[in-house]
Design a protein around this ligand. Sequence first.
Ligand SMILES: [Zn+2]
Length: 133
Amino acid sequence: MIQENEIPKYLKSTGSDISKSNRKSKHKHHYEECMIQYKSTFAGKTHLNTGLYTYCTICGKINERFKENKSIVKDYIRTVDTQIGKCYSCISDEELYEKYHDKLPVFFVDDIYKEKYVDLEQNCNSDCNSEGE
Ligand SMILES: [Zn+2]
């Protein structure tokens, strides 16, 4: 006697993951200064860049950096005397990071041109490693 085990042909996938991002829907963005690190590829090599930005502390939205008078980074743009006169140059990524990574939260995104939000969980409370000097 042959027993036919009936195999359910259509397994209902009831557990469809609702991956709704838990962005708080209605709020006024509250921006704080931060640094964002992102990768960039140049000539086949991947570099880690650090940039000065702001992010919404509620939803993580990335925004432009503050104006200099609002920023704690006072030397972001500096004047350099050259043969042809004064030039402006930005602080280098390395210097920015070295000087300010203990003063500003640092986030990492894969692609700064695509990502619109930082992962707020990356920011351990700035107090969490408050070692006295
Ligand atoms: Zn927001």
